[in-house]
Ligand binder design. Structure first.
Ligand SMILES: [Zn+2]
Length: 73
């Protein structure tokens, strides 16, 4: 699950680290759609599947923030 921690470094690079009013998807380098597509491809390899699921879960949670944001304000 180390790779899923690496993706959080993307957040640490941003300032502030966590902003509820900001959409992470498309903002951080590892949160762009090509990267997310690559995580999906990782699902093919059984050894990388756990990592891929972790990464995709992370993206899903970040994406959920974006989703709710649309209905905020
Ligand atoms: Zn994230």
């Amino acid at each position: 699950m180390t790779a899923t921690m690496l993706v959080d470094l993307d957040h640490l690079r941003a300032n502030p680290v966590y902003d509820a009013g900001r959409c992470s998807i498309g903002f951080h380098p590892l949160h762009q759609y090509p990267a997310i597509a690559a995580y999906g491809i990782l699902l093919i390899w059984p050894r990388l599947r756990l990592v891929a699921i972790g990464l995709l879960t992370h993206m899903a949670l970040d994406g959920l923030d974006c989703f709710w944001m649309q209905y905020d304000t």
